[in-house]
Write a protein of this length. Structure first.
Length: 432
């Protein structure tokens, strides 16, 4: 991709300190629009941000209010209407994004994401592509996190564009996968005599990319996965009472009524055209990148959906929102299916810490799970080099590994069923 390499060459011609300052300012500006999305896409929209129509009872706003970070200090004058510290969260988001955009850039270009088994430096073009892709994903995750905290829902406004942007970006710059060694992983700090290049993580790792995955059968799989994502997000009624006949009757009738319109059908046509074009004319690198994104989306979404299904079945109530499923579909499209396994184990531990603190402070036992999936994703990306060193060899199990992970939700459902029985038999028998 000569155009990308030329663009990166122009960028790295700027002194590093100046680049970091530019990225800090850029991060704060982007975060201003993230705040705008957070307040507009929450379940009950708010007019806190300076880009929205102000509340009729607040003092007049001015141009300075739109300046990132500092503008919120001026908007603190609206505290009598919106609450004492309504301005603090968005200010910290803009300040945090500014620092993070700059820090993460230095972290990435310093090679911190590259596994230590790689002893051939990764090219500047690839490092910058990874950085841009991760910043885009993190921006979507910031919106999802704070909307979920506020309203315990993750709107399609976040996850649908996020997934589509992932597909477009990996087709334009196909070497954006997390770096992995071009050779078998191993435990230890070095491999004597090895001279390993870094290559983008792809869906077939640790093996070489199979030739059959470039054929028409792979295209068919890609189209099925794209259709499955589209069908999952289409509005429809799922009615589980009344038997199988009523289930399908309501499903088909509601799908025809709410989803067979120009918007959803147009999205499906464009999605099919995009995947087909990537296979027909994109070349091997583009198709591998797009197909890996589709497989990552499918694995991540299916894994969380199975957890949602079996946990809800065991507990007799919704255990996780469908927004968490679409969120993981988006995340899987950016980083691939392999890192999702790390996130799957990391997120519950993070959630437990927050849940205990939240319960002790507020007495509220419910929590939004999406933010902890996002935190797990962020930590996985930051510490990818070390995580690969420890867990990369597990990929040697081949297809048995994803199959094992997809079976774990069934085990989880059984454990939750046993816990519910113990809870209402011995601990709270009066609530049974």
């Amino acid at each position: 991709m000569a155009w990308w390499e030329n663009l990166v060459a122009l960028w790295i011609g700027i002194p590093l300190n100046v680049r970091l300052v530019i990225l800090f300012v850029f991060g704060a500006i982007v975060a201003g629009q993230l705040n705008r999305a957070i307040y507009r896409w929450t379940w009950v929209p708010k007019n806190y941000d300076p880009w929205s129509k102000p509340h009729p009872d607040v003092p007049p706003r001015n141009l300075f209010d739109k300046v990132p970070i500092f503008g919120w200090l001026g908007l603190s004058r609206e505290s009598k209407v919106h609450g004492t510290v309504h301005w603090l969260q968005p200010l910290l988001i803009e300040l945090g994004c500014g620092f993070f955009f700059a820090w993460y850039y230095h972290w990435v270009i310093s090679g911190k994401l590259v596994p230590i088994t790689v002893n051939v430096p990764l090219g500047e073009a690839a490092l910058h592509a990874i950085y841009v892709q991760h910043i885009v994903l993190i921006s979507f995750m910031v919106i999802a996190t704070f909307v979920d905290f506020d309203s315990r829902t993750i709107p399609d406004y976040v996850t649908v564009p996020g997934f589509l942007v992932a597909l477009i970006f990996c087709s334009l710059v196909p070497f954006v996968g997390l770096p992995m060694p071009d050779g078998p992983p191993f435990f230890g700090l070095s491999q004597p005599g090895a001279k390993l290049d870094a290559i983008p993580l792809h869906a077939a790792a640790l093996s070489k990319w199979p030739e059959t995955w470039n054929g028409s059968s792979a295209l068919a799989v890609g189209l099925v996965l794209a259709f499955g994502w589209w069908f999952a997000l289409c509005p429809k009624l799922i009615w589980i009472r009344g038997g199988t006949t009523k289930f399908f009757r309501y499903l088909v009738a509601s799908f025809i009524r709410y989803s067979l319109n120009w918007f959803y059908l147009g999205m499906l046509v464009l999605l099919i055209a995009f995947v087909s074009a990537a296979w027909l004319w994109g070349g091997e690198a583009v198709w591998q990148s797009v197909f890996s994104a589709l497989l990552g989306m499918a694995f991540a979404g299916l894994l969380i959906w199975l957890v949602r299904f079996f946990a809800s079945l065991a507990m007799g109530q919704e255990a996780m929102g469908f927004g968490d499923v679409t969120l993981m579909c988006m995340i899987g499209a950016y980083i691939g299916w392999q890192p999702v396994m790390v996130i799957f184990f990391m997120a519950p531990f993070i959630a437990c810490v927050f849940a205990i603190v939240n319960y002790l402070l507020t007495g509220d036992a419910y929590l939004a799970y999406g933010p902890y999936l996002c935190i797990g994703t962020l930590l996985t990306m930051i510490f990818w080099g070390g995580l690969w060193q420890q867990y990369g060899p597990l990929l040697g199990l081949g297809p048995w590994l994803p199959a094992l992970f997809l079976a774990l939700p069934v085990v989880l459902g059984g454990m939750l069923t046993a816990w519910v029985w113990i809870k209402f038999t011995f601990i709270y028998p009066d609530k049974a």
